[in-house]
Write a protein that binds this ligand. Structure first.
Ligand SMILES: C[S@@+](CC[C@H](N)C(=O)[O-])C[C@H]1O[C@@H](n2cnc3c(N)ncnc32)[C@H](O)[C@@H]1O
Length: 217
């Protein structure tokens, strides 16, 4: 975190600026990743990725999902945090995973050309980036028409009581590394990705899987 960032108050701090993705990155695999992996594995398995598929994962972090990808696909992971990517690179080297590569890149300003990927994923990222709609428009742009976009994330409840509570917790959770303010329906409407399917693995799960065909013009 820069000196300027350290002078920001809690309400101003963006979730992406959390120490979780910089100084505390070594802790990530021992905590969050353990909790996230089985969900990511199930989502990836359910996609039945065909051999030769070109896949982009934005906000790949330390590469939590890596063991789940079939070796006959090609996966590019991007993330803005060098310390998270260092762990991802270590895993790739240690396991000699030739089908995986990572690059430092802003998910809001991807340097890939249009239609470059068959699948574009974002696991636990939309509530971390400063502008989720912009991230989604970049995901739609680099995914070929007819390709598949997958998002796994928590979204704020529509219930007025719980919604108010999560809204009031937002400055705190943002400091920890995620926002609690994003509502699924308006997010999908704004991104134009409303033909997708959204489901949870269980009724009480905090996390929603959003999957659909990239039908942008
Ligand atoms: C909660 S972690 C999720 C990591 C991984 N997808 C997982 O499921 O374990 C969120 C990640 O988003 C990354 N991130 C935040 N803002 C970003 C941006 N603008 N561009 C790329 N990555 C970003 C963070 O550095 C962090 O690694």
């Amino acid at each position: 975190m820069s000196r300027t960032d350290s002078h920001k108050n809690m309400a101003e701090l963006g979730a992406h600026e959390s120490r979780l993705y910089s100084d505390l990155a070594p802790l990530y695999d021992k905590t969050f990743a353990k909790f996230f992996y089985s969900r990511e594995r199930t989502v990836i398995q359910n996609l039945r990725l065909p051999a030769g598929a070109e896949i982009l994962e934005v906000g790949v972090g330390t590469g939590t999902s890596f063991p789940a990808y079939p070796h006959n696909c090609h996966v590019v992971g991007v993330d803005q945090a060098p310390k998270m990517l260092a762990h991802a690179k270590e895993k790739i080297a240690k396991n000699n995973w030739r089908h995986l590569e990572v690059e430092q890149m802003d998910a809001l300003d991807l340097t890939f050309p249009d239609d470059a990927f068959d699948y574009v994923m974002a696991f636990h990222v939309v509530t971390v980036v400063p502008d989720p709609v912009k991230m989604m428009s970049e995901m739609q742009r680099v995914c070929r028409p007819g390709g598949t976009i997958v998002i796994v994330n928590h979204f704020t409840t529509e219930s007025p009581f719980w919604g108010k509570l999560t809204h009031s917790l937002d400055p705190v959770t943002r400091r920890l590394g995620w926002s609690t303010n994003l509502k699924l329906k308006p997010f999908l409407e704004e991104t134009g990705f409303s033909g997708c399917k959204a489901y949870k693995f269980s009724r009480f799960s905090l996390y929603t899987v959003v999957v659909g065909t990239n039908d942008r013009e």
